[in-house]
Design a protein around this ligand. Sequence first.
Ligand SMILES: NC(=O)c1ccc[n+]([C@@H]2O[C@H](COP(=O)([O-])OP(=O)(O)OC[C@H]3O[C@@H](n4cnc5c(N)ncnc54)[C@H](OP(=O)(O)O)[C@@H]3O)[C@@H](O)[C@H]2O)c1
Length: 339
Amino acid sequence: MRMESVNPAAVPQRRLSNGMVIPGIGMGTFGNDRYTPEEVADAVYGAIKAGYRLLDCAAAYGNERDIGRVLSRTFEEGIVRRQELTVMTKLWNDMHGQGDVLVACAKSLRDLGLDYVDVYMVHWPFPNYHAPGARLKGRNPDAVPFSAEEYLSVWRQMEHLVDMGIVRSLGMSNMTITKLEQVLPLCRIKPVVLEVEINPTFQQPKLFEYCIRHDILPVAFSPMGSPCRPERDTEEGDVVTFEMEELQEIARAHHCHPAEICVKWAVQRGHVPIPFSVYPEEYTGNLRCTTEDFLTDAEMEMLQKADRNARLIKGKVFLWEGAESWRDIWDGEDESNKL
Ligand SMILES: NC(=O)c1ccc[n+]([C@@H]2O[C@H](COP(=O)([O-])OP(=O)(O)OC[C@H]3O[C@@H](n4cnc5c(N)ncnc54)[C@H](OP(=O)(O)O)[C@@H]3O)[C@@H](O)[C@H]2O)c1
């Protein structure tokens, strides 16, 4: 097992619409209700040492203070300088009210020990809060469907953070084309990234193309198909990404775990995967595999055709009274997802 660190300069880079350049792969930091904040923070420390320069954080992950401590340590130890890191974090659903966004951002900054974040995202496009570790019955009875007006009131506050200089750029997450069409024309400051589920099982080609056309870089959460996702996001019959035959065949040809094929496919396709792992051999391997032994055009095509159009992170816990199924969250777009 090769455990030596990876030269960050060898990792593919992406240019955002506002000119910022970010790494083509980042480290996820959601412990999936399985790993403690300390374990995740240790992994972040190890990942930065291993050569990661992009972190995907969120207030909702409940570990920004722990991550902040290891960030300070990496700066003090001279492992990395602040300006060499891209730190993304997200506004949680319980902070959508008037005046809340600045308070939430200030808390994330304080917890992370930073005076600015590189990308600040709206985590979900509605104020439907659920408690940490929630099960399905932990749903919020006040949950409401998406409203462009509500979203834009949040976005105006996000734009103000850029004006203040505490956020370099803005991002959206868990949006659909239907929702983007309603709000994008009204954004004074456009999002530079859209973070959504993308993996070989659920490739979202239409949304991907839409983002590219609008100069928004797709960031892929759950790029491995989130094998350890919380129970609230699983359903009987879900596809297990690592068990997909096409993925296994290509992994055998490259003598690696299917996880690394997920990463290679993402980076070569052009979206930014943010895989999570607390194990040094896994997160180091995930980074290194972006720098060598690339997939062939035939392998890329085989993976494209392997798309099961099967969403894994369904967001059921955010459903509102009166909604018929989790598909309502996604505006029924999954049915017509193929190009
Ligand atoms: N914006 C959003 O709403 C949203 C939603 C979900 C996630 N996210 C972000 O996306 C990140 C990643 O998503 P995720 O954690 O759901 O799923 P993921 O990255 O698809 O899957 C993570 C799991 O894959 C396994 N894995 C990773 N690398 C591996 C390797 N090289 N070999 C074997 N197994 C490997 C690990 O399992 P073991 O632990 O068993 O080793 C790990 O727990 C999160 O941490 C978070 O930052 C954002």
